[in-house]
Design a protein around this ligand. Sequence first.
Ligand code: ATP
Ligand code: MG
Length: 189
Amino acid sequence: MLNIVIFGAPGSGKGTQSEKLIENYHLFHISTGDVLRDHTRRGTELGKTARTYMDQGQLIPDELMIDILASVLDEHRDEAKNGVIFDGFPRTIPQAEALERMLSERGTGVHHVVGLEVPDEELVVRLVKRGQLSGRSDDNEETIKKRIAVYHNLTAPLKEFYQERGLYRLIRGTGTIDGIFEDIKKALD
Ligand code: ATP
Ligand code: MG
């Protein structure tokens, strides 16, 4: 079993590199952003709640997000048996502590944290471009800046959390998609 957390700021390439990891390592992908957007599209109660936070560039409250993750893990127990790529979770220290608990209850843990590091200026350029192509409502310049600030305040401290546990693999997230993936593979082997 191989559980990987793919970690980085908004626009750092988590989704892109997750796809390559799935192909190579046959893991189950959990993108919390995708889970929430799916609820928003279907107009569920959770989707309506999530939308108010996402459009403000804020995080969904920890207790809610932790419940969502636990139910996704339970619903996909079978597909997740080779391991999981956690993309977009954890985003706060309480979420990371909850993930440790959830995985240890299931007899496993986090094996690697792939930290994609990209300068803020580059993130803004990428996300503005993505917003023009995808129409994602949170990919506008004002919300992007808020999301990057939230990242530095609440999410970046996880780097130290995972460094202390010897799990953090620093990956330079600039360059070509394939080049970055080669660096990830080297770090995992
Ligand atoms: P990337 O571009 O690297 O995929 P992202 O930050 O642009 O990252 P998502 O991961 O799709 O996008 O997240 C979009 C939004 O969903 C976040 O800004 C936040 O509001 C909400 N969200 C997703 N995951 C979490 C989480 N673990 N905790 C709280 N809120 C979350
Ligand atoms: Mg994503």
